[in-house]
Write a protein that binds this ligand. Sequence first.
Ligand code: NAI
Ligand code: MG
Length: 366
Amino acid sequence: TTYKLLLLPGDGIGPEVMAQVERVVGALRELGIASFETETDLVGGAAIDVHGKPLADETLARADAADAILLGAVGGPKWNGVAYEIRPEAGLLRLRKDLGLFANLRPAICYPALADASALKRDLVEGLDIMIVRELTGGVYFGEPKEITVLEDGSKRAIDTQVYTTGEIERIAHVAFDLARKRSGRVASAEKHNVMKSGVLWKEVVTKVHAEHYTDVELEHVLADNCAMQLVRRPKQFDVLVTDNLFGDILSDAAAMLTGSLGMLPSASLGAVDARGTRKALYEPVHGSAPDIAGQDLANPLAMIGSLAMCLRYSFGLGEAADLLDGAITDALAGGARTRDIVGPGAKVVGTAGMGEAVITALKAR
Ligand code: NAI
Ligand code: MG
């Protein structure tokens, strides 16, 4: 099978880290591990410069037709002045919304070679491997009404609304339980049923989906605030952690700091499984376009390469190829290759291309 990949490098360091993914794709093809047809298009500021908007309709159509999308990053100071509706981030939001990418998977993995770069002590994070499953298209970031009104006395009132339906909670719960089956078989669900109605429904629906379909998986409910504390206190107690859009945003950023650097963190955003058994999916590093280091061969490409590994695993069912690529990342780090963001004593400092090279060398040696 040849898989159709749409590459959207975007802005800043996006094109630099994407270039390394293209080299890895070439190596996977050369080694006979997996074969891809790639197409490249514009998103974010790069698309604004050409089309006057951050996601052209024909790009969206290409995204819809692709088997999976890899995205670098969008944004940068050059586009700070553009209208809110056509800012670079709006291109990414439109992709997520129009493709129905409701499930955001953010692994927090602590590589042994980087355990000392964590915000926590080595023994708390060594071997850490958490998968945070965040609901991405609902909740308080999207609920209506959402407004600021001026009151009679001239002061203002801001309203955001948290909305969740049974269906929205069910589908994200299924994603989390299915993932847990392929991992250690444990799910923790975080909400605040003690103070929020949406938390009451969240807990009720997750409990029901579990009882009806996944009694082989262990389910634990945890209050989101306690969850934040536990992530810092004893993070290895978690395997799959499922939560809503707002709590997921915060908890996954906190978990990110357990692993070392923003330059190490991949992510996947998945849609519903359709009648043909396929699903829309977009893979991107967690980091942004890093304008401060763009164009200097300083960016760490591992988050982007790790996003390709997630693509192999979750879009194409190529678990072995994904393990091989993840293993090559581990080997490259164990061999001492370090971009500047993860540098430590005794390490070899390499640039973006050098790190890509180290991964490809490790891949070929496996
Ligand atoms: P950022 O993630 O771009 O950078 C934060 C810090 O981390 C910077 O010091 C940067 O140099 C460093 N960093 C990030 N990725 C790195 C990598 N791969 N290797 C080495 N160092 C890395 O976040 P920031 O500075 O808040 O935002 C910059 C721009 O990116 C803004 O325009 C923002 O809107 C956009 N952004 C885009 C995102 C996306 O495309 N999904 C996500 C976050 C921010
Ligand atoms: Mg965030």
